[in-house]
Design a protein around this ligand. Structure first.
Ligand code: ZN
Length: 668
């Protein structure tokens, strides 16, 4: 358009205004999205975007359009339209509606090629802007080579920049808008740089614009707390999506722990049928229909703000330019509660539970994953299920070479677990058998039920013994150590009425699931009648019982080393042979239910402790008791403590080894 100037300033002014008026007013990003965006994949493929399908989209776009925020950090669950809304839509809006060049930051140029081919190009081609895609040069004809800059026929440039390149490659190009995808991965990619981190460097590309004009949008699946997106989110507005509960009227934000009904399900179908959300405030169940309605009425509450029962948000905006926006599985209406519950149910039973939990947290609930401390456990689940003794050592058969047989028992309310190990004098071990027996707690007091169950197990299994290979003999264990932590009274009563092979045991350790750490007594005394290798025996006068207190940290390491050692090595422990590849899956889960972690503790320095990663570790405890019992029986050279003259003589019956010898023998 040609503007001619006249000698009349007023006329000039009017003419200028008229020209400006012809420039179409920019639509808001929400309006643009609704008018132009076409869903490129999934169940709504080919259809225009409709906010009511995913109400969080409306909350996000209204915030972005509000003009309050110069920056945004957006994190949400996968398969909810996250990339389409928080990345593709923004790129399209600035390129085609605002007609501006855009810098897109991503971890590598391989990711750039993927994003262009799989996300951006299909989305553009679904809109009326498809004609703006260049016909020659980078980005034309579906090509993905040399994608550094794609120049559209409207003259605007989409400039890809990575976090991995040399710093100079980023420093020569400027734009008002930077859009970063997979932000957490960029931080890692740029660790080698001694300059500022890659995302900050990219953001510096906007610094030739006035601060209020600049825009920096980041989007990512959450990784860990220290990751960029979580940090930006929490330091930013840390906004939450508040939904009105139909029962109590509270404006609540359900999270992972509020999905219930799948945990106890028998199978995946039951988990699907049973899964339901509950209100975090009143605990009432929320039907699938109520959940949809709650999301459609949702409001956004920024950090420090409150929301009244009438839905009115009050309190000042947090003092930040960054919108921190997050949604989770509750807000993803593409998933039903049943589908989420089924997924959780599968994850809880995955072979690699920790990995599955991480995936659920990050991808489904948009929560950071807290990695366990450094794991220094040598034993892996996969190695363990493959570990098998020679074919003749089938389930329940005691090898002829065995010197001692020991058993560990763990006591529960409904079930007791046991492990039977045969030992050679040189320390080799063989896991002969393991199983559970039922505690009839339904029809009597738990103490009585435990006592009865132990009696029955003793009389019907332990005393008859297990067959020895190559003979018609059976072998009964030399020592049966029973965990006295849970049902002490019942266990002490049982031990008192049984022969001396049966003994109560108390595990001590630095892990959080132990009542106390192990402390080696300084000397023998009236109570401490024996100090062994990381275990000792305490006389409990009240219970008329000798109790083994063991250093579970130490002995669990020994057991793991035995299970991880090459099968021919001294001290190696084998598992009975089975043709079923899945035979040892369950016990392998128990044996790897705890990890040894190295941790710095103020005042103590670096400690190694065993922490649970799975709840069910019973057979691990049993194997551990059987291992210490083996040591006690003499599997390794037992070094009794030197007689200490100052210690008073034992008042109660002297401690004897299971075969009846007094423990304080003079040989060493
Ligand atoms: Zn409620």
């Amino acid at each position: 358009m040609v503007t001619t100037t006249t000698q009349n300033p007023t006329l000039d002014e009017l003419r200028w205004c008229a020209e400006r008026a012809r420039v179409p007013r920019l639509r808001s990003i929400r309006q643009f999205a609704v008018d132009e965006l076409v869903v490129p994949e999934g169940q709504y493929r080919g259809l225009k975007l409709r906010i009511h399908r995913q109400p969080w989209v409306g909350l996000l776009l209204d915030e972005l359009a509000s003009g309050r925020w110069r920056r945004s950090a957006v994190l949400g669950c996968v398969q909810s339209g996250k990339t389409l809304i928080a990345f593709v839509l923004l790129v399209l809006y600035y390129l085609f509606e605002c007609r501006e060049s855009v810098i897109v930051g991503l971890p590598t140029m391989d990711v750039a090629a993927d994003k262009w081919r799989d996300e951006l190009l299909p989305a553009i081609e679904a809109t009326r802007y498809r004609d703006l895609v260049p016909r020659t040069g980078p980005g034309s004809r579906g090509g993905t080579s040399n994608l550094t800059a794609i120049k559209f026929t409207n003259g605007r440039v989409l400039r890809f920049m990575t976090g991995a390149g040399r710093d100079e490659t980023r420093s020569s190009y400027t734009a008002r808008v930077v859009i970063v995808t997979e932000a957490d991965k960029m931080d890692t990619a740029g660790e080698a740089s001694r300059e500022a981190d890659p995302v900050s460097q990219l953001e510096a590309r906007t610094f030739s614009w006035d601060a209020p004009q600049r825009r920096c949008h980041q989007e990512c699946t959450v990784s860990i707390r220290e990751g960029r997106i979580w940090q930006e989110h929490t330091a930013g507005s840390a906004s939450r999506i508040a939904c009105p509960c139909p029962h109590c009227g509270g404006w609540v934000t359900p999270e992972r722990e509020h999905l219930v009904g799948w945990q106890e399900a028998e199978d995946e179908m039951a988990a699907t049928a049973g899964a339901r959300f509950c209100c975090p405030s009143c605990g009432q169940a929320i039907t699938p229909e109520e959940r949809i309605e709650m999301n459609r009425r949702a409001a956004l509450v920024h950090r420090g703000q409150t929301i009244g029962t009438d839905g009115a948000v009050s309190g000042p905006l947090p003092r930040t330019w960054t919108l921190g926006f997050r949604w989770n599985a509750f807000n993803n209406l593409f998933w039903s509660p049943g589908a989420i519950g089924a997924r959780e149910w599968r994850a809880a039973r995955a072979e690699n539970e920790e990995e599955a939990k991480k995936e659920m947290l990050q991808f489904w609930w948009a929560q950071p994953y807290q990695p366990p401390e450094l794991d220094i456990t040598p034993l892996s689940f996969d190695d363990l299920i493959r570990r098998q003794a020679p074919a003749e050592l089938r389930k329940g058969f005691v090898p002829s070479w065995c010197e001692h047989v020991t058993m560990g028992v763990d006591v529960g309310k409904w079930t007791c677990w046991w492990v039977l190990i045969a030992w050679a004098a040189d320390g080799r071990g063989h896991l002969v058998d393991y199983n559970t027996f039922t505690v009839p707690s339904k029809d009597r007091r738990v103490e009585q039920a435990v006592l009865d169950a132990l009696r029955e197990f003793r009389d019907e299994a332990v005393l008859p013994g297990w067959p020895v290979i190559g003979s018609d003999q059976t072998r009964s264990p030399d020592a049966v150590w029973i965990d006295a932590r849970y049902q002490g009274e019942a266990v002490y009563a049982f031990v008192a009425e049984s022969d001396r092979r049966f003994a109560p045991v108390l595990g001590c350790g630095t892990g959080r699931h132990y009542p106390k750490p192990y402390r080696k007594p300084k000397r023998r005394s009236r109570q401490v009648q024996l100090i062994g290798d990381h275990y000792h025996v305490v006389w409990l006068a009240d219970h008329d019982a000798h109790v083994f207190e063991i250093d579970a940290d130490h002995w669990k390491t020994q057991l793991h080393e035995g299970l991880a050692a090459p099968q021919e090595a001294p001290g190696a422990i084998t598992l009975y042979h089975s043709t079923d590849r899945n035979e040892h899956t369950a016990i392998a889960k128990h044996f790897t239910a705890e990890k040894q972690v190295e941790e710095f503790q103020p005042g103590l320095g670096t400690v190694h402790r065993w922490e649970r990663v799975r709840k069910k570790n019973h057979w691990f405890d049993c194997g551990n008791y059987a291992g210490v019992a083996g040591h006690f029986c003499g599997v390794r050279v037992v070094r009794p403590p030197q007689p200490e003259p100052e210690a008073p003589p034992p008042r109660r019956p002297p401690l004897r080894t299971p075969d009846g010898r007094p423990y304080l023998i003079t040989e060493r």
